[in-house]
Design a binder for this molecule. Structure first.
Ligand SMILES: Cc1cc2nc3c(=O)[nH]c(=O)nc-3n(C[C@H](O)[C@H](O)[C@H](O)COP(=O)(O)O)c2cc1C
Length: 169
């Protein structure tokens, strides 16, 4: 499998999944990577809802109006507790950052295990909160449909050049 950079480069958004279920041990490995994520002041204001059985799976998928999600055997809902999360003195809320780091760990660990994932933020968060019965301060931030990919990722990634994003000062 190789280095972390290999895994980073191998991760891609997977939007077509086989019906093969994700094994319990594999799922636990992926979740452990998320659990180990750093967070501001180590508050860990995250919660991960792992949804793999009906009728809840279909209900959660209905929060995202795209056909492709319906193939996914698992959807993880990554949530952040804005009341618990760290707020800087100027008021900036770091909860979404904490959730994002955990989700990034999760997607990379999934890649390592041969599991495809896709970040999904363009979903109906209000409906998702209602379905999961989340309290007001807990926001579903990302849906992560996951499963075994049916097609390999493209090898070339469309990314800005180093010059466009890095400034050595
Ligand atoms: C914060 C975030 C939100 C995203 N939301 C969606 C989404 O709602 N639907 C979708 O199909 N892809 C979504 N994506 C996937 C991006 O389109 C994708 O990561 C980007 O095009 C780069 O492609 P790659 O993931 O294959 O490298 C999202 C990605 C991120 C990081």
């Amino acid at each position: 499998m190789g280095s972390l950079l290999d895994i980073v480069k191998r991760r891609c958004s997977v939007r077509d999944f086989s019906s093969k279920p994700v094994e319990k041990g594999t799922l636990e490995y992926i979740l452990e990577a998320a659990r180990m994520a750093p967070s501001a002041v180590n508050i860990q204001p995250i919660s991960l809802y792992v949804i793999q059985s009906e009728p809840l799976l279909s209900e959660i998928k209905s929060c995202y109006g795209r056909e492709w999600i319906h193939n996914a055997p698992v959807v993880i809902v990554a949530c952040g507790d804005h009341r618990a999360g760290w707020h800087r003195a100027d008021g900036k809320d770091h909860t979404d950052i904490d959730v994002a780091i955990a989700v990034d760990h999760l997607t990379l660990a999934a890649t390592e295990m041969g599991i495809g994932t896709c970040w999904v933020c363009n979903f109906d968060a209000e409906r998702c909160s209602y379905i999961l019965g989340l309290s007001e301060c807990v926001e579903p931030v990302v849906l992560i449909p996951m499963g075994y990919p049916t097609v390999p990722c493209q090898t070339v990634k469309k990314r800005k050049s180093m010059d466009e994003i890095v400034r050595y000062l």
